[in-house]
Design a protein around this ligand. Structure first.
Ligand code: MRU
Length: 348
């Protein structure tokens, strides 16, 4: 399996997700500004992967910082990385974790601070892979055998440090011997489904079918889909879920057709400080992503465009939220809090 992101002596190396699947090109970020730009340009994307990238960006920034202005530069590094993408809470979660380590190490020599931060960033990456495997283990029993699983965007190895959240559930179900296949929506405008999800599944030999986003209703009505599994960028305390634009439409269609709708995400994607999804900031992306496909214009010049990158699915459409600590069901205000407060696996 391809490494999404790696800490190396030369810098932070990531596979350029804007060029997949046509080319497998790795880029090396030599300073934190390059990491910030890679997150903004979606060279690295997906909530957990953005978190890992930000943590590595902080460590890289401190490596190049002037020891005489360390506190000031540290603030600047964190602020720059935090200003890249607003919706995925894992970005802010990872930066906060790095700030805590910095505060603990601050009184020591600068070399020790640098080592601690680099070690923490690598640790966040390692933990993420283990977390995704646990999410997969908790979610696999929910996937009906012999049916089709629908997913959206890319919540796979590429969106994380490895294995994936929604695709982790699918991978774990396949590993458990379930005979399933996957339908993935292409996910306009950035085409994460077409470019990344079906590519990942193909590499793993998991049967996958690509559809355009507007075919989702047709297939959800067909009786063929056993469940929908998607990832999340931020989940509010009441279980409202921000995820890639189009997720809400899928959730409504799933409920209408009595298809279970599962969200797979690590506990670091929960934002219990937000009572509901209404206050989740939604990133607005450039118009050119809608008016152009691979640089080719597909709309008349001067047309008004909107490009919200995420939508919020109200909790009433969510059958369950699968995390590494267990599976939460409604009422989410209670079940999600219990997951955060306990390190134990919460049984369904
Ligand atoms: O804009 P993106 O590609 O970063 O959006 C990604 C998603 O919406 C994913 O579903 C989400 O981050 C979960 S990834 C495990």
């Amino acid at each position: 399996m391809i490494e999404t992101i790696e800490w190396t002596p030369a810098g932070v190396v990531m596979i350029d997700q804007t060029r997949l699947p046509r080319e497998q090109v790795f880029v090396t970020c030599h300073d934190y500004r390059e990491v910030a730009q890679a997150i903004r340009a979606m060279v690295v994307r997906g909530a957990p992967a953005i978190g890992v990238a930000a943590a590595m960006g902080v460590a890289l920034g401190v490596l190049g910082a002037d020891p005489a202005r360390l506190d000031e530069e540290f603030r600047e590094i964190c602020d720059t990385l935090a200003a890249t993408r607003p919706t995925a809470v894992n970005l802010f979660w990872a930066i906060e974790r790095m700030k805590r380590v910095y505060a603990e190490a601050r009184s020591g020599p600068v070399e020790a601070i640098r080592e601690r931060l680099a070690a923490e960033a690598r640790q966040i990456k390692l933990e993420d892979i283990a977390i995704n495997k646990a999410i997969g283990g908790n979610g696999a029993p929910l996937v009906p055998d012999g049916r089709t699983v629908m997913t959206h965007c890319n919540a796979g190895a590429l969106a994380t440090a490895g294995y994936g959240t929604a695709l982790g559930v699918i991978r774990a179900a396949v590993a458990a011997g379930k005979r399933i296949d996957v339908i993935a929506g292409e996910t306009r405008p950035f085409l994460q489904g077409a470019r990344l999800t079906v590519w990942e599944l193909q590499q793993d030999g998991i049967p996958a079918t690509l559809i355009t986003d507007n075919m989702a209703g047709y297939f959800l009505k067909s009786g063929r889909i056993g469940c929908v599994v998607v990832g999340a960028d931020r989940i509010a305390a009441n279980g409202d879920v921000a995820n890639k634009i189009g997720t809400y439409s899928l959730a409504v269609l799933a409920k209408e057709n009595e298809v279970p709708f599962y969200v797979a995400a690590p506990v670091s994607t929960l934002d219990l400080a937000l009572e509901s999804g209404e206050r989740i900031p939604i990133e607005q992306r450039p118009e050119s992503e809608v008016t152009h496909v691979f640089g080719v214009p597909v709309a008349p010049e001067g047309i008004r465009v909107e490009n919200p990158a995420f939508d919020v699915t109200p909790n009433r459409y969510v059958t369950a939220i699968i995390t590494e600590r267990g599976v939460a069901e409604a009422p989410y205000a209670e079940s999600l809090r219990a997951l955060v407060e306990s390190k134990e696996v919460v049984a369904r």
